[in-house]
Design a protein around this ligand. Structure first.
Ligand SMILES: NC(=O)c1ccc[n+]([C@@H]2O[C@H](COP(=O)([O-])OP(=O)(O)OC[C@H]3O[C@@H](n4cnc5c(N)ncnc54)[C@H](OP(=O)(O)O)[C@@H]3O)[C@@H](O)[C@H]2O)c1
Length: 499
């Protein structure tokens, strides 16, 4: 890895949770690793009245190890909606550049409420802050949510692209910054053994789970307008589907990879109102006891209306209508207050065509499964049938198991570290492109519309600490198949599980 050229990162929303918990710690880690530019500063921006010193103190108080990043922090107080104040920001940036004796690139990070995602780029452009020069870049990272539906996402794209070029816009999906997600590409495209099998002839179905054991906490106000489909499925889970299902790119370049992901999204079979009962299940967590501890139901959470219909769980079956995946179902699910925090992709291969061993010795010979663990304990697990020692031919599951943490030089960077570094280096591979974001919204929009308009579509309650509504367990076709239970399997695999 090489260091990016001189940069100032300007964070809008510098007093917020994301900045304190993710962005500054990620920059601190890059600093420790010697990966920040030689001449570098962070300018926090917001309405809160800090100066450089009090801002550094506030951030320090939130960091476990404040370290050497703190002297690189500066603060500029302004109204992020005022055109005039952006002139002041431009002057402050000039002044800071002179102090540091640099002619830096600027990376603007929008960590504000989404209502400002159109305003800030427009005002930055008006103040001349988005004009690039030779070797001098002006880039903007836009946080999620990128729109609330297809129309608002398209409008946001249009607004951004009327002030910036696509190559200046970095739409963040922090799942793509995870090491194990990137490893999916390497697993598929650098190993000769998987790709020949990676299609409808050998794969029975694909399953993706992203579960959280926590509830909405203090984010009830935001979450209630979003729900699990918007918050997780439309972006993170569909991106994972894109990487599992894409064709091999011609080269490892941002455009080549993102072109292939877009084609997957364009091949999703639309979900119609008639498909909904079989293909999309939504749920909401209800009060219950988990290991003796009383847990609130979603509707009793802070800032959540008592008649809320927001889904805290969603499971979907989708099809990709193309040559490779014709007829192969992808099952994806996500939810809050599930038994554990886990994200994994499970590729279920078809069982062997002739079951020599399964019947007469009572063993089970499920098809092989390739499990790609994204969190916890990132790694890859291949499940295969092995003979039980002794007489006869009883078969049991065995594991070929790789854990990242077992590598002697194991170091798994936080997603934001990788993504911030990539952006400074102008590499947008792990960011989502505007056309793909719109294609993903186009796919989920009919579901959102149906939920909004047809109140008879059930919202199933599920107890905290369960795997969502029971009806979601019946989605997977074939009597020998259910969702892989990460808890049971995590325990079998000798891994961590919260229950
Ligand atoms: N927190 C996370 O883990 C997380 C994860 C993924 C995505 N995100 C996204 O990142 C963005 C920031 O999230 P956050 O959790 O850091 O939010 P937050 O804690 O509420 O912080 C938002 C910041 O925006 C600033 N702001 C500027 N103009 C504002 C306005 N008109 N109204 C309210 N605040 C204004 C506020 O600073 P001033 O009052 O000083 O201006 C505040 O510090 C959101 O869009 C969120 O969806 C957050």
């Amino acid at each position: 890895m090489y260091k990016p050229a001189d940069h100032i990162i300007i964070i809008f929303g510098a007093s917020g949770d994301l900045t304190r918990r993710k962005l500054i710690p990620a920059l601190g880690e890059l600093q420790k690793l010697g990966l920040l530019p030689d001449r570098f500063a962070v300018l926090g921006v917001g309405r809160t009245n800090f100066d450089d010193t009090s801002y550094r103190e506030m951030i320090s108080s939130h960091l476990e190890e404040p370290g050497e990043i703190i002297p690189l922090l500066y603060y500029h107080s302004m109204d992020t909606k005022s055109e005039e104040d952006f002139g002041g920001l431009a002057r402050r940036l000039d002044q800071l550049s002179q102090e540091l004796k640099i002619n830096p690139s600027y990376l603007f990070y929008l960590a504000t409420p989404p209502s400002l995602y159109e305003t800030i780029p427009r005002l930055l452009s008006g103040a001349g802050l988005t004009r690039e020069g030779k070797g001098i870049f002006r880039r903007i990272i836009v946080e999620k949510p990128f729109g609330m539906d297809h129309r608002s996402a398209a409008e946001l794209n249009l607004a951004l692209l009327s002030h910036l070029e696509e190559h200046q816009v970095y739409r963040i999906d922090h799942y793509l910054g995870k090491e194990s997600v990137q490893n999916l590409l390497v697993t598929r495209f650098s190993n000769g053994i998987f790709e020949p099998l990676w299609n409808r002839n050998f794969i029975h179905h694909v399953e993706i789970t992203s579960a959280e054991s926590l509830g909405v906490g203090t984010r009830g106000g935001y979450y209630d307008n979003s729900g699990a489909l918007r918050d997780m499925l439309q972006n993170h889970l569909l991106q994972l589907v894109g990487l599992v299902a894409m064709e091999p790119p011609t080269v490892i370049s941002s455009d080549a990879i993102r072109n292939e992901v877009l084609k997957v999204f364009q091949s999703f079979r639309p979900i119609t109102i008639n498909d909904l009962p079989n293909q999309v299940i939504r749920g909401q967590y209800m009060a219950s006891h988990v290991r003796g501890e009383a847990m609130k139901g979603y509707r009793s959470e802070e800032d959540v209306p008592e008649n809320s219909r927001a889904e805290t769980f969603v499971a979907m079956k989708l099809y990709i209508d193309n040559w490779r995946w014709g007829g192969v179902p992808f099952y994806i699910r996500t939810g809050k207050r599930l038994p554990t925090k886990v994200s994994e992709i499970v590729v279920h291969f078809k069982p062997s065509p002739h079951k020599l061993f399964s019947d007469h010795e009572g063993g089970t010979v499920e098809g092989n499964r390739l499990v790609i663990r994204i969190q916890h304990d990132e790694g890859i697990l291949l499940k295969f049938g092995m003979k039980v020692q002794g007489a006869g031919f009883k078969v049991q599951d065995a594991n070929l198991d790789f854990h990242y943490k077992d590598l002697s030089d194991s170091y798994i960077p936080e997603a934001y570290q990788r993504l911030l570094l990539d952006c400074m280096q102008g590499d947008s591979t792990l960011y989502t492109r505007g056309d793909a974001v719109e294609a993903a919204w186009r796919f989920v929009d009919p579901v959102l519309t149906a939920w909004k308009e047809d109140k008879s579509i059930p919202l199933h309650g599920y107890p905290c600490g369960s795997w969502g509504p029971e009806i979601a367990d019946q989605m997977i076709e074939g009597k020998e198949y259910t969702w892989r239970c990460p808890c049971k399997n995590l325990a079998d695999d000798g891994l961590y599980c919260e229950l």
